[in-house]
Ligand binder design. Structure first.
Ligand code: C2E
Ligand code: CA
Ligand code: CA
Length: 637
């Protein structure tokens, strides 16, 4: 601990030197007196009393001796520059011929704000107030009268050194604290920034920076709580997949961005435009009435139906839009609004693209009925609501009934008769098709035993066909029913076989090997090349009804019918024309060479008892055949 002593009398320096020599020669009594005094002054034991006789002071005092004020000021300046400041300076007031103690104190204070100054004087040349004014603050200036006691000096030095050290530690702690506070403030600002960035990311779409689905639903909820009419719209790009597939994902992304900007520019002020995902956008805006809302959406759709320059390619896209209005206090649930706008959008897409559709309750009914059907179908078998109808398949000439197609019927308590064209796809989606298919097969096989020799033609969905152990499964049913596989025709569609041609080919081969007949149903509507069907073990092709229907009107249909018949004959297969409704069609098909006919002209699908009767008869009691002798002969016989 550094101490500065400034006095012009060499003898005084000796006294100081003795004081800082470690307390040797100080009586125990004096030491105790010093201790008590320090305790009174500073509220704690300074530790002098703890010193044993001849022991060390708690500080290692390092006195510097100066004989003139100027010299002392220089010493302080040096100490400050070295970073080793003095803790205390003992300054004599009178030091002729140089500057006096007051001036010395003033200059020292100017250099070092922390040093404790002890003015040592025999005269009261200056009042403490005067000195305090030039060398303050007052709590850092002390006075000792000459002649002083050694103990007085050492006690003073000790106490002031302690205080000086405490002050320094306090200052350092304060600085540290201030730094910590600054860092904390910085961190909290950073956190705040991070939080708002995270919020932004959570509520915005990364590609377009438009609000995302979450933000859209939140804002829509908020809007729903307020009064006034508003419209919610779903917008979906037409042919977006094509852009993605042909030009790549980068182009797709670019198109989405461009379209988003285009939508934002074509909506009225205050409209929320959100990207909900993929190529789907959601909007909502205040509106006067339906006509005004439709006008807004039509403007947006028109704006999207333009050519965008995407990575150097001119891309035409276009959009479809579904719209729902909220004009009452009911119907403001955001999820429901989005759902209904979506239904309207689906309707828009179905009815040709680039259109705007307003939600209508019948769109909702479709979905509801679909769900009801799905639920009802699961119980239909148990409730005995299913039945089979049988439609005769007749030979082309004599109208002999060679077989019957089994067609499932569902008479529901809630909706009356439901067409298989409606419930079969639902059964396929929900996998009820397996139970349903098993029921149909078992009942068809049971009925077959009442017919003299005809075959039964059973429809199988592609999902059933792809089931593992399909062959074993059918075989087991046939065995159980005690039926010859040669009297069972399996009707499958092109989709069933061309998805996995190799496996299908194997399955068909096995079935054929067991004696089953195989018919390719709805032929011509799929995508299979006519040439490819050679590879499959088939017994006959069933020409789709749509071609028979179009035969009289369109040249293409007639040409397709002709080529299918030729192909079938060339490959040694039978060709069944289904959906024959008029005599003209029947006539044309006979001429073209179809081997079998099926359709309302001959018979609608009939209940099992009627089918039994027809089967027993072998020929249809068909009168309206006209002048084809063969048929009339057949009917007559
Ligand atoms: P599909 O296999 O093409 O069956 C022929 C459909 O055409 C039947 O309709 C039949 O009633 C109808 N039809 C027959 N002749 C004529 C005609 O001259 N004119 C017109 N306009 N239609 C005629 P249905 O019974 O409504 O069956 C529709 C479809 O449902 C069937 O088409 C078949 O794909 C499916 N289906 C029916 N029963 C079953 C089944 O048990 N299992 C499976 N998987 N699907 C079945
Ligand atoms: Ca069929
Ligand atoms: Ca068919």
């Amino acid at each position: 601990m550094r101490i500065l002593i400034v006095d012009d009398e060499p003898a005084v320096h000796d006294s100081y030197a003795f004081c800082f020599s470690g307390g040797r020669g100080v009586s125990t009594e004096t030491r105790h007196a010093l201790d008590t005094m320090a305790a009174d002054l500073f509220g704690r034991s300074p530790g002098v009393a703890a010193l044993d006789e001849g022991g060390d002071l708690p500080f290692d005092f390092e006195p510097s001796h100066c004989h003139q004020g100027i010299e002392a000021v220089a010493a302080v300046e040096q100490a400050m520059a070295d970073g080793r400041p003095f803790a205390v300076a003992f300054i004599d007031i009178r030091m002729p011929p140089g500057i006096d103690g007051r001036e010395t104190a003033r200059r020292i204070r100017a250099l070092d704000p922390d040093i404790h100054l002890v003015m040592v004087t025999g005269y009261s040349d200056f009042s403490p107030v005067e000195i305090g004014r030039v060398a303050g603050p007052a709590d850092k200036i002390f006075y000792i009268a000459k002649p002083f006691e050694f103990a007085e000096i050492s006690q003073m030095a000790l106490a002031l050194c302690r205080r000086w050290q405490n002050d320094r530690e306090l200052t350092a702690t304060r600085a540290l604290l201030a730094a910590k506070v600054a860092t904390l403030e910085e961190k909290s600002a950073e956190l705040e920034a991070n939080e708002s960035r995270a919020m932004h990311i959570a509520l915005h779409d990364a590609l377009t920076d438009a609000p995302n689905r979450t933000a859209f639903l939140r804002a829509l909820t908020e809007r729903g709580r307020q009064a006034g009419h508003f419209a919610t719209a779903m917008l979906d790009l037409d042919r977006f997949k094509l852009v993605n597939d042909t030009l790549g994902h980068l182009a797709g992304d670019e198109l989405i961005r461009e379209v988003c900007t285009m939508i934002q520019h074509s909506v009225p002020p205050g409209t929320m435009v959100a990207r909900l995902g993929g190529d789907e956008f959601g909007l909502f805006f205040d509106t006067r009435d339906e006509a005004a809302a439709v006008a807004v959406c039509e403007r947006v759709v028109a704006a999207c139906a333009t050519s965008f320059n995407i990575l150097g390619h001119a891309v035409r896209c276009g959009a479809s839009c579904g719209l729902v209005l909220s004009d009452s206090h009911a119907d403001r649930d955001p999820t429901d609004l989005v759902r209904r706008a979506d239904l309207a959008l689906n309707d828009a897409k179905r009815s040709g693209r680039g259109v705007v559709r307003v939600f209508d309750t019948h769109m909702d009914d479709g979905i509801r009925i679909r769900r009801e059907i799905e639920a009802g179908l699961a119980q239909a078998i148990a409730r005995d609501e299913l039945s089979l109808s049988f439609q005769p398949i007749v030979g082309r000439g004599a109208l002999d009934v060679v077989g019957f197609e089994a067609l499932v019927r569902w008479n529901t308590a809630a909706h009356g008769m439901v067409s298989p064209a409606i419930f079969i796809p639902i059964a396929e989606e929900s996998h009820l098709i397996h139970d349903l298919g098993d029921w149909v097969l078992d009942h068809a096989l049971a009925e077959l035993r009442h017919w003299p020799g005809q075959y039964v033609s059973v429809n199988f969905s592609p999902i059933q066909f792809r089931r593992s152990h399909f062959v074993g499964h059918i075989m087991a049913s046939v065995k159980r029913a005690g039926v010859d596989p040669g009297r069972v025709q399996i009707e499958i569609t092109e989709t069933a076989i061309f998805d996995d041609a190799e496996r299908a080919s194997k399955t068909l081969g096995e079935l054929r090997g067991l004696g089953f007949r195989i018919a390719l149903d709805d032929f011509g509507t799929g995508y299979s090349s006519l040439y490819n069907i050679r590879k499959f073990a088939l017994d006959c092709l069933k020409i789709d009804r749509s071609f028979i229907d179009g035969m009289g009107r369109e040249r293409e249909s007639a040409a397709i019918v002709h080529s299918i018949i030729h192909l079938g004959r060339a490959l040694g297969m039978g060709v069944v024309a289904e959906g024959v409704e008029t005599e003209a069609q029947a006539q044309a098909l006979r001429v073209a060479g179809a081997s079998h006919l099926q359709g309302f002209l001959f018979s609608r699908p009939v209940p099992a008892e009627e089918a039994r009767a027809l089967a027993a008869q072998h020929w249809l009691p068909f009168a309206g055949v006209g002048d084809t002798g063969v048929i009339i002969e057949g009917v007559r016989s």
